[in-house]
Design a binder for this molecule. Sequence first.
Ligand SMILES: C[S@@+](CC[C@H](N)C(=O)[O-])C[C@H]1O[C@@H](n2cnc3c(N)ncnc32)[C@H](O)[C@@H]1O
Length: 328
Amino acid sequence: MVDRIAVMSADVVVRALRAAAEPTRLRILALCARGELTVSELVHVLGQSQPRVSRHLRLLVDGGLMERFREGSWVFHRVVHEGPMAGLVRTLLDGLDPADAGLAPDLARLGEVKEERARAAEAYFRRNAAEWDRLRGLHVDDGEVERRIVDLLPDARLGTLLDVGTGTARILELLAPRLDRGEGIDLSREMLAVARANLERAGLSQCAVRRADMYDLPFQAGAFDVVTIHQVLHFADEPGRVIAESARVLRAGGRMLVVDFAPHDLESLRDEHAHRRLGFADAEVEAWFRAAGLKTAARQHLSGDPLTVGIWLAGKRPAAERTLEEVN
Ligand SMILES: C[S@@+](CC[C@H](N)C(=O)[O-])C[C@H]1O[C@@H](n2cnc3c(N)ncnc32)[C@H](O)[C@@H]1O
């Protein structure tokens, strides 16, 4: 960690430390380290005016500690996760006590913001569980996506598979004939009810679903040969953390397949379908893979109108290889 910091010039480090050396800005850093946030979310959590929060954010971005990116009408802010500055940010934040009187109320309010968002998404899936299989195919050709998934996982036997955010268990159904065991997890009881009915009707006794949170999977490290995350990440507050937690339960040499939208500007998906993110660029997904000890093996794009689907396949690197890269 120390040698990562040492590769920056003294000027750069001084500018970064100056940016961080102010109570509100340190609070912002601590909040954004827990997921990317919009200005209005930060205004709500910090209880300060929008111009003040924007000014602090600008200084943090100028100091190299944070980055901002626009998606439709929303602008997200997050702490940098790669490069030498990420090491400096981690060092600053690791030493911060979350129970500190200046920070704990912020973290509690952030928890409320996230819970409110999760409730809205859950309500959406509750309303739409019965109709989900039709809704899923509304913007993309499901059949073509599924053919690509099958092509990217060509093995005669796939072993054990976890489908994260399984919804109606379509991915389990698709791959079940080649599975020794398939598990699906989802937060929505209504989606799980449809999933159970689908698996039962198809007679897929090697597959089961259960209620669990994708940020805290109820499985041991290395439990699965394959993990799939199909059209789930755009609902996530912290997509990188979903990938990291999924990578944890993957065995070394195991594969992760992520399917989601490429960047788009269909803002209506936020209002009508509870999406948080408007798709993902290859670089973003692949940075999350790297951070989780995964190596990109394939990326494909299925162009559609108005949405393009991205499919990303990665392999989990053996522990020894991952440690070697950390050291270097
Ligand atoms: C768009 S659906 C996709 C379902 C399925 N993978 C498919 O492609 O048909 C997203 C699913 O993610 C689930 N989900 C959202 N947040 C979750 C969380 N924190 N933990 C587990 N599942 C979650 C939702 O309940 C929903 O069923």
